[in-house]
Design a protein around this ligand. Sequence first.
Ligand SMILES: Cc1cc2nc3c(=O)[nH]c(=O)nc-3n(C[C@H](O)[C@H](O)[C@H](O)COP(=O)(O)OP(=O)(O)OC[C@H]3O[C@@H](n4cnc5c(N)ncnc54)[C@H](O)[C@@H]3O)c2cc1C
Length: 409
Amino acid sequence: MDTLNHPCADLGLELPSLLEWHHHPECQVDHIVIGKGPPGGSWQAMDGNVLTISLGSWMELPGIEFRAWEAAENAGVISYRDSRASVSSVARYYYDYVHKQSLARFFQSGCVVTSVRPLDTSRSQNTETIDPETGVQYSEPQALWQVEGFDLSDSIPFCYICRKVVLATGSTDVPNRLGIPGELANPTWVLHDLRSLEAAFDRLVDGEEGGREGVPTEPCCDPVLIVGAGLSAADAVIAARFRSLPILHVFRKTAALGTGSTQLPENMYPEYHKVHQMMGDGGASYPCYRALAEHTVLEISSDHKVRVIGPDNTVSVHRVSVVAILIGSRPDLNFLPPGLSLGVKPSEPVDCRSNPIAVDPYTHRVVKAPPGMYALGPLAGDNFVRFLQGGAVAITSHINKELRHYTVL
Ligand SMILES: Cc1cc2nc3c(=O)[nH]c(=O)nc-3n(C[C@H](O)[C@H](O)[C@H](O)COP(=O)(O)OP(=O)(O)OC[C@H]3O[C@@H](n4cnc5c(N)ncnc54)[C@H](O)[C@@H]3O)c2cc1C
């Protein structure tokens, strides 16, 4: 479906969609969308200043063109460079979308789901009855799933009994950790997400010097330690550089492998290519940046010292101001019954990149769950927004077919 909706997107082209969307009110499925935060999911929790890696049109949903929406929102001023959207615009677009498309009544925001369980099979069966007048056999679907949780504002619990459950909880709830001593003991300056990191950087700049400008020749404070070689770590390097903070960048890969940025075209993603270049030359192109390729952090002590080991097993100690550990994240599926192994590799925990939930590609039904459970987005291995719509159409189409089947057998 993505091929029809965004033709040649993988070549970086932005061609008009070949799809037309029509509203079919008769196909509407009664539903409720439960989320910890406002509509927009993880986009509401990301650092709004960062540019997405996607073109604006790849982030849009049916019925409201992203570019037109953004131009109207910002009185003609658009935030994207070379068509890339800013995270803050995307977050506002999704929030607005839900309201403009009159979907807000389906959303139960500020609520956490704590348990999703299949009800016992005897209650899950369809009750088949024959209409005495027409002789038509009806199949009455019974509740299959029990979804429990509570409202974050007042802790009031809720419980739904439903036939279908769609898992769309994304991949960002549990940041990956190094699992080293001191990592969790210093939460004010050892951080695992970009948003709190930016706030820590601002505090550092305010505390140490006030707003400095330009490339410094003398470091203003101990370096910020950035751990990781992905795009989030690159974003942290960019954010620290923007504030002229000294940087110590530790990553396990060789400098030549660098960030995932090498797969991105340089003309569209110059900032990531700059970081890749800095990682490669170890800091020669930027005086306050030092790369420790093929290094691993061993320990973080509360006096702001970190022990790092290199490829030749040499251990070095560095004093740092802030530590940013940006090595990916994984979904939190603790609300599912224990023992339900949903991944493509059932013996391993679900991981959106290496072990997504196994789904039927035509219906997005979870293959290893009782009937009525679906998965969407990164959970099902679709890690970009533009792939989500195919999953959503597969699920709604299957639910509609099943509902029609239920009505008259
Ligand atoms: C740093 C970063 C940058 C990205 N950049 C891009 C990009 O440039 N382009 C692109 O296309 N994609 C990008 N993505 C991927 C994109 O964010 C996802 O594909 C998309 O957000 C997935 O949507 P989703 O609704 O499935 O999950 P999410 O957007 O992750 O939303 C899931 C929501 O469910 C909530 N939730 C989880 N558990 C529960 C629970 N028990 N109860 C209630 N709520 C719960 C979560 O808190 C979250 O708010 C990026 C992702 C990250 C992390």
